[in-house]
Design a protein around this ligand. Structure first.
Ligand code: NDP
Length: 283
């Protein structure tokens, strides 16, 4: 392999150690950061994600409260729970695990979370603040992508960053955060023509599509930084959106799947929780 591996496990461990130290400092002042997770229905993947989030909180000293609701919970019932968590002083972060069952409107539910407690960074207020370049709670995955690049000393300023994918939770915010770091950003999506012509000009290529190994070596410039956000199940294996083995022979840096962005995303949720807690307590 030619590329340097961007090790998500190592970065996540570093972030968690920093969080643990911060939590100790807060606890010494009598402040216990608290995160509430709400899970509606019985989607197996969502249960695993929430279990991991609770485990991460336990490891770092963050108080966590897990609320599990049946799949037929009404919007009114869910909104009441969100509202009661908004009012609680011991809960600084609220996370509603997505996707929600079809009868619930995700935008309506997320918009009901108090913006200062929206640790996923999906509330329209946080997304808007991010877009106009103000401090906000940024979505965990794209914030994690930028964090990974920074921790490996990878320069973003002035470089051409290409993001494939334009979802509100990954692609679009990744583009905005790369722009904030002064990269020159191009966003590609399913209607983009000549995709590989564009990706070949990327110094930094962020892929968030959800199609197994769609980015092949011939789409990548020699020495480029390749960040693979994708999580795809192929048989009994989890693979990314990038053909890792082949692209690692061309790229300068590459993130693996698993062991890359996913782990850092989890750590960024803890970071957002501490940020939210500090803003609501010590200011
Ligand atoms: P979405 O399905 O919401 O968005 C996918 C994006 O990819 C869309 O913008 C779509 O374009 C674009 N796209 C689809 N096909 C193509 C194509 N052939 N060429 C170019 N662009 C294409 O997915 P998410 O953003 O939510 O997630 C993307 C991936 O990242 C998934 O694999 C998901 O599991 C993973 N993920 C990983 C996380 C982590 O922690 N590592 C966290 C969140 C997601 P269009 O808009 O035109 O439809």
């Amino acid at each position: 392999m030619k590329a340097v591996l961007i090790d998500g496990k190592k970065i996540a461990a570093e972030i968690k150690a920093e969080i643990k130290a911060e939590v100790e400092k807060l606890r010494a002042k009598g402040i216990i950061p608290g995160l509430a997770t709400i899970l509606v229905g019985d989607d197996p993947a969502s249960h695993i994600y929430v279990r991991n989030k609770v485990k991460d909180c336990e490891e770092t000293g963050i108080f966590s409260e897990k609320i599990v609701l049946p799949g037929n919970t009404s919007a009114g019932e869910l909104l009441d729970i969100v509202e009661s968590l908004n009012k609680r002083n011991d809960i600084h972060g609220i996370l509603v695990q997505l996707p929600l069952p079809r009868h619930l409107d995700e935008f309506e539910i997320i918009s009901a979370i108090a913006p200062e407690k929206d640790v996923d960074g999906f509330h329209p207020v946080n997304q808007g603040l991010m877009l106009i370049g103000r401090d906000a709670i940024y979505p965990c995955t794209p914030a994690g992508v930028v964090e990974m690049l920074k921790r490996y000393g990878i320069r973003m300023e002035g470089r051409h960053a290409v993001v494939i994918g334009r979802s509100n939770i990954v692609g679009k915010p990744a583009a905005v955060l790369l722009l904030k770091e002064n990269a020159t950003v191009t966003i590609c999506h399913s209607k983009t023509e000549n995709l590989s012509e564009i990706t070949k000009t990327a110094d930094i290529l962020v892929v968030a599509v959800g199609r197994a190994r769609m980015v092949t070596a011939d789409m990548v410039k020699e020495g480029a930084v390749v960040v693979d956000v994708g999580i795809n199940r192929v048989g009994d294996k989890i693979v990314g959106d990038v053909d890792f083995e082949a692209v690692a022979q061309v790229a300068g840096y590459i993130t693996p799947v698993p062991g890359g962005v996913g782990l850092v995303t989890r750590a960024m949720l803890l970071k957002n929780t501490i940020k939210a807690c500090k803003r609501q307590t010590v200011g």
